[in-house]
Design a protein around this ligand. Structure first.
Ligand code: FMN
Length: 381
């Protein structure tokens, strides 16, 4: 029987998560949009270049800390915001926040998070609040004020989800909130009874970031309808500029992919951009952030913190992105599978493996600090 101690990498955690989770939930995490071409390319893009080490540099002490958007992190990898974490493990965001705190890194809380911002503040590690833009401007202001009162360090507006991606695995299983399972989907829950027992014996599933403001009780509003009815597809640069001014602090846009948009983010006063395609879950056929990274760093890298996520599974992926000029790198599934596999100890093990891979990689590259990494250490094939 596979256990946490047998998990040595991303694929091991994924296998264990698949064993523990009912199929529809596993596929919600694992799946992506349309033909999942972008999802596959995200990780494959790291294989188009090779690391070129410099040896004999004296690497007994390696410092992998970084500072992004004014926040010091002990490692250059953080946990990207993801929705619905208490469906994956009953401790959800609490487990992720505690693990992030232990490793001195940042974590994001989604608008569709299942633990409140305030409850997570007890973890003394910087927190992103991931925000969606609503038609109701009063609601936007109220949510931002709430985040500000909670002492959130960095506001993160996701800009790649103006409408939901076409996730066909979810259509097949009937995954949605509230659940509308197909018969096949229901059968897959029936064969994983432990998940159901945990679900009903722990505190009630809630979406506290929203249900303080929106009636999500007893299925009054599904997540699908939340996206189609409450979010504002007319959101534009002027709206975001107003938000940046109102927040008056560290503010980043998640899902920037073009050079033009990166420049606009600088112009409206953002302090960071996250190159991301949402882990391939939105626009299939879109470019991978790693493929696009150098072009954007070249134009705005000295004016704004350029960060990336999507497809990162290894410490060497992080080293390649940092060598191109990213300031830090985020991951989604790389901590969600560990969360589903084993809760907080799972996320801790994943972060420990990532930390160890980055340190080992740095030593083998002959680098003592992150600033030693540069494009000289990278060769495209
Ligand atoms: C299950 C799941 C839920 C997610 N929920 C959100 C979300 O609520 N808001 C958001 O901005 N990004 C969300 N993301 C995207 C992640 O923040 C991140 O961009 C993505 O997972 C990176 O790709 P990776 O999984 O290959 O690391 C989600 C991703 C996954 C896998």
């Amino acid at each position: 029987m596979m256990r946490l101690k047998h998990c040595h990498n991303y694929q091991d955690f994924r296998t264990l998560a698949e064993k523990r989770l009912p199929g529809p939930i596993f596929n919600y995490i694992d799946g992506a949009a349309d033909d999942e071409v972008t999802y596959r390319r995200n990780t494959a893009s790291f294989d188009d270049c090779d690391l070129v080490p410099n040896i004999l540099t004296g690497v007994e002490d390696v410092d992998i800390s970084v500072t992004i958007m004014g926040q010091r992190l002990d490692m250059p990898f953080y946990c990207s915001p993801t929705a619905l974490q208490r469906l994956f493990h009953h401790k959800g965001e609490k487990a992720v926040a505690a693990a992030a705190e232990k490793y001195g890194t940042m974590f994001g809380v989604s608008s569709l998070g299942t633990v409140s911002l305030n409850e997570l503040r007890k973890h003394k590690t910087p927190q992103f609040y991931q925000f969606y833009f609503h038609k109701d401007r009063g609601l936007n202001r109220a949510m931002m004020e709430n985040a500000s009162e909670a002492g959130i360090e960095v506001m993160m507006l996701t800009v790649d989800s103006i409408t939901g991606g076409n996730r066909e695995r979810d259509l097949r299983t009937g995954f949605s909130i509230p659940f509308r399972l197909t018969l096949g989907g229901m059968m897959q829950f029936a064969i994983k009874p432990m998940w159901g027992i945990n679900y009903v014996t722990h505190e009630k599933f809630r979406l506290p970031q929203l249900d303080d403001h929106v009636d999500m009780s007893d299925g009054a509003l599904s997540i699908g309808r939340y996206f189609s009815e409450m979010l504002d597809p007319s959101m534009n640069w002027a709206d975001v500029e107003e938000m940046v001014k109102l927040w008056d602090g560290q503010f980043c846009l998640k899902g920037i992919m073009s050079v033009e948009d990166a420049k606009k983010a600088v112009d409206i006063g953002c302090t960071g951009i996250i190159l991301s395609n949402h882990g391939g879950r939105q626009l299939d056929g879109s470019r991978s952030p790693f493929d696009q990274l150098a072009e954007i760093v070249d134009v705005v890298g000295d004016k704004i913190d350029v960060i990336m996520d999507s497809g990162v599974q290894r410490g060497t992926h992080v080293l390649k992105a940092l060598s191109l000029g990213a300031k830090a790198v985020g991951g989604g599934r790389s901590y969600l599978f560990p969360l589903a596999a084993a809760g907080q100890p799972g996320v801790e093990r994943a972060l420990e493996l990532m930390r160890a891979e980055i340190v080992r990689g740095m030593q083998l590259m002959g680098c003592k600090t992150i600033s030693d990494l540069s494009r000289k250490n990278l060769k495209f094939r």
